[in-house]
Write a protein that binds this ligand. Structure first.
Ligand code: SAH
Length: 223
């Protein structure tokens, strides 16, 4: 009898407003300034994106494993990437590469008109599609496929956000970035990646470094 009672109380504790407030305050302390982004970090129920066994850690500012060798991104990194994307965002359409569990997708979705997201593991995508529907998020279109190819059909995009790291910037993603559009992408080998912000200035691509990050690789399916 005692077991379940304790579990329920822990359950309330780990998803409580106070736990979420603490996470938001931490991100504020680390320099996240966009209030709409911070509000999304507070609102999106991150514990529903991880296995139940890890739910008690869902509001820690850390990446966590989600099975199939993949991870859910660290809240700070999601906030930083979203803030950087929105800072230069004047359009409507965003391409996301590396859907995973859909946490980044859920944080971004209410802040833009439409997201097109590509994920190479269909099983993961199926669960994520259902999860986002359960959260009443409807402005996302999903595609199982290779992120190196982007999603040409709906391009060009005002924003591109890549949540797995290629060793070099994929040419096809650059081609799908609209004039004035912005791409946020981690680049480099595992463990030593640079988060890069690229803006399409019509006659050239402007590139700014946002600092070191650690993502799983953007897998090359072609051999
Ligand atoms: N955005 C997620 C984290 C994604 S982890 C979050 O918010 O938590 C990176 C994801 O990229 C994984 O799901 C992985 O399967 C996917 N991925 C890796 N290589 C890919 C490729 N070439 N094309 C599409 N998706 C890829």
């Amino acid at each position: 009898m005692a077991g379940p009672v304790i579990d329920i109380r822990q359950g309330i504790g780990m998803t409580s407003a106070r736990t979420r407030d603490r996470l938001v305050q931490r991100l504020r302390d680390q320099g996240i300034r966009n209030e709409a982004v911070l509000e999304q970090i507070r609102n999106v129920p991150r514990h529903l994106f991880v296995d139940e066994a890890l739910a008690s850690r869902a509001y820690e500012d850390t990446a966590l494993p989600i099975g199939l060798g993949q991870t859910i991104s660290q809240p700070y990194v999601v906030a930083r990437m979203t803030e950087a994307l929105l800072d230069g965002f004047q359009g409507e359409k965003v391409l996301e590469v590396g859907t995973g569990c859909g946490y980044q997708t859920a944080v971004l979705a209410p802040l833009v008109k439409q997201i097109y997201t590509v994920e190479r593991i269909p099983e993961l995508l199926r669960k994520t599609r259902q999860r986002l529907r359960d959260l009443d998020i409807y402005n996302v279109q999903f595609k199982p496929g290779d992120g190196w190819e982007g999603w040409r059909k709906y391009g060009p995009y005002d924003g591109i956000i890549v949540t797995a790291a290629p060793d070099e910037i994929p040419q096809k993603l650059l081609e799908q970035l609209a004039p004035g559009g912005r791409m946020i992408i981690p680049v480099g080998p595992q463990g030593v990646q640079d988060l890069v912000m690229i803006t399409n200035r019509n006659d050239h691509y402007e590139q700014v470094s946002l600092g070191a990050v650690s993502f799983v690789p953007l897998v090359k399916d072609r051999s």
